[in-house]
Design a protein around this ligand. Structure first.
Ligand code: BT5
Length: 259
């Protein structure tokens, strides 16, 4: 990929102000952090063809072979710490919009950061923030989007759980077009970060788990029930089999699966 070909026709205000493309790197999040700490502008975006140590949340691995879109963006979000999940939410909303625009049908968000098509994960977002004082002053959003991956490109255990734009649409895409779609969608959503009501409403509308039976894995235990509410900031409310409601705070949730 080249910055020039991503920039051709890109109309964003913040996201993509600076663009770098790399071949093989450990993790684009590390590139973005190093640049951010050296004063890279908000919106600077770092792409790699392949990552050797792509990471997910909670120390999980992100499989990043050639053919996918692996990028990280430097952000300086103006949100209080207890609303940092709004940044993850706008990332997921942006990727869902981009995935739809690129031809996959009905992408939804599996709380808090997965974009899924037919319950198979097509994208994941990882937001890492630095705290100086009471609010985050710097954040890096990493986005992984499976673009031209075939089934055989996924490790065996991920095959039944994952998908790509190529698998969904039946054709390979130009990665530059995919990059532009993601940057443009993120620019739109990121500029709406203060519109909390809108983010909450759209996050709920895009939910893949609302009104479905799920298993929520938290640091302490695993809870199963019907998801009666999903909120970008607060988390998930389940109706347990006993009939009682149970609210699970977003920051405690490490994984959500369909039960
Ligand atoms: C995420 O974590 O979904 C965040 C992924 C962020 C990746 C981007 S790529 C660019 C930037 N640089 C990085 O190093 N990271 C970011 P989490 O919700 O924890 O999900 C991780 C889980 O997703 C893994 O444990 C696998 O089960 C699954 N997984 C790993 N690779 C996958 C892939 N390519 N497609 C679908 N699922 C995958």
């Amino acid at each position: 990929m080249t910055p020039k070909r991503i920039r051709a026709g890109l109309k964003t205000r913040i996201i993509g102000r600076a663009i770098e493309c790399h071949s093989t790197v450990p993790s684009t999040n590390d590139l973005a952090w190093a640049a951010a700490l050296h004063g890279a502008p908000e919106g600077a975006a770092f792409f790699a063809d392949e990552q050797t140590r792509g990471r997910g949340r909670f120390g999980r691995t992100w499989h990043s072979p050639p053919g996918g879109l692996w990028l990280s963006v430097v952000l300086r979000p103006k949100v209080p710490l207890d609303r940092l999940l709004l940044v993850t939410a706008v990332g997921a909303l942006a990727v869902a919009d981009a995935v739809e625009e690129l031809g996959a049908h009905h992408p939804l968000i599996r709380f808090p950061n997965d974009v899924v098509v037919d319950d198979r994960k097509i994208s994941g977002t990882l937001v890492e923030a630095r705290l100086v004082g009471p609010a985050p002053d710097l954040a890096v959003m990493g986005i992984g989007l499976n673009v031209n991956l075939d089934r055989a490109d996924f490790p065996k255990d991920l095959r039944p759980l994952s998908t790509s734009l190529k698998i969904e649409t039946g054709r390979a895409l130009d990665l530059h077009d995919a990059a532009r779609a993601v940057l443009a969608a993120l620019d739109g959503w990121y500029r709406r970060l203060a519109d909390v009501d809108r983010i909450r409403a759209d996050f709920k509308r895009r939910s893949s788990i609302l009104r479905r039976r799920v298993r929520v894995i938290t640091g302490a235990d695993t809870v199963e029930g019907l998801a009666t509410d999903v909120d970008a900031v607060d988390g998930i409310t389940l109706r347990l089999d006993s009939g009682h409601p149970r609210a699970l705070r977003a920051e405690h949730i490490s994984e959500v699966r369909l039960a």
